[in-house]
Design a binder for this molecule. Structure first.
Ligand SMILES: [Zn+2]
Length: 346
């Protein structure tokens, strides 16, 4: 049987559970394609899934890898519109297509959705098989490495700011943890929408990178009065929207930055899942806390079009070979990055 190289884990745990192994090359079903993976970016999801599932059990052994750019190697018998040799990326949610949410296009809340790279083997391997309906043509002007750096972070930032947060031109946004992949996209999307951006991060170098991406004002969260500095920038009024993926470490401060009628949009909790929330502060200042979950196929296509036009720039920290996959996980776990860590597979 033909085999391929893949980053596999057979049990949940620390980084050393990830093994480079030869595994059988997957075969596409009639409505699927097999992609030869050229680049696959890492996400916090890869780390979280490796450590252990949040909801229910996951199939093991598992290959993670959600953000792929590559070339179709084989198309199933019923696939129309795509063929071997096409350069593609894909939308990573496999939805049921039949529930009330799927029928209305609201794919992110399909109760039966599965994620390629979490519930289904992903792209940290030489080949990955995905449903043809999830495919999107690779933006022509970007390299495979640049394309792999975009899908999850761009659609998540778009979903948080534009679709759920209803960000308007002229509003002000606070984005904590600017070195994160979604945050670095959020700065660009908020600027594209005509908003002003205040970002927070931890080092002089990361502060400069956030300014380069368009942040109007950057604060260092290691300074004890950084919330006051952010509020000063808004002349004490506060921001209209905070885009927070950091979690318990920043939720309380993100709420403090909000103006009256402000919205805190949350998606992710890797610094902790709960904090001491005093409900009166929500109703006294008429705040909203809004949940966002991933992004839709159309949001992803829109972001990739913007990237192809140069309006959204992939933010790449570094590119590693598949053999350095554990190092990639370390970089994410120690927040030793600004933007994406991309694994070059071929
Ligand atoms: Zn559904």
């Amino acid at each position: 049987m033909a085999t391929m190289k893949a980053a596999v884990f057979h049990e949940h745990g620390e980084r050393d559970v990830i093994q480079l192994e030869q595994v059988p090359i997957p075969q596409p079903a009639a409505d699927e394609v097999r992609i030869k993976v050229i680049a696959c970016a890492l996400n916090w999801l890869d780390v979280g899934v490796r450590r252990g599932p949040q909801f229910g059990a996951l199939p093991l052994p598992l290959i993670t890898g959600v953000d792929v750019s590559g070339v179709i190697d084989e198309a199933g018998a019923d696939v129309a519109g795509w063929r071997a040799g096409d350069s593609v990326t894909f939308y990573s949610l496999v939805t049921c297509g039949d529930c009330e949410y799927c029928r209305s296009g609201d794919l992110t809340v399909c109760p039966k959705h599965r994620i390629i790279g979490e519930h289904i083997n992903g792209g940290l391997a030489e080949y990955v098989v995905v449903p043809a309906r999830n495919l999107i043509a690779k933006p022509e002007r970007l390299t495979h490495v640049e394309v792999a750096a975009l899908p999850v972070v761009s659609m998540t930032a778009w979903h948080m700011l534009i679709s759920i947060g209803r960000l308007q031109a002229g509003e002000t946004v606070f984005i904590p943890g600017a070195g994160g992949g979604v945050a670095s996209m959020g700065i660009q999307i908020a600027k594209h929408a005509g908003a002003a951006v205040i970002a927070s991060t931890s080092t002089r170098e990361k502060m400069a990178r956030a300014r380069e991406l368009g942040a109007d004002h950057v604060v260092n969260y290691r300074e004890p009065d950084w919330v006051e500095q952010a509020l000063d920038y808004t002349k004490g009024r506060g921001v209209d929207l905070a885009q927070d993926l950091v979690g318990a470490a920043t939720w309380a401060d993100s709420l403090r930055t909000l103006a009256r009628n402000g919205r805190l949009v949350v998606c992710g909790s890797h610094s902790g899942k709960s904090f001491d929330l005093r409900i009166p502060q929500i109703y006294h200042r008429q705040l909203s806390i809004l949940g966002a979950n991933g992004g839709s196929y159309n949001e992803l296509r829109n972001c990739l079009d913007l990237a192809n036009q140069g309006a959204l720039k992939p933010v790449i920290d570094r590119v590693l070979p598949l053999s350095k996959i554990r190092e990639g996980h370390r970089i994410l776990e120690e927040r030793d990055h600004f933007g994406k860590v991309v694994i070059q597979v071929a």
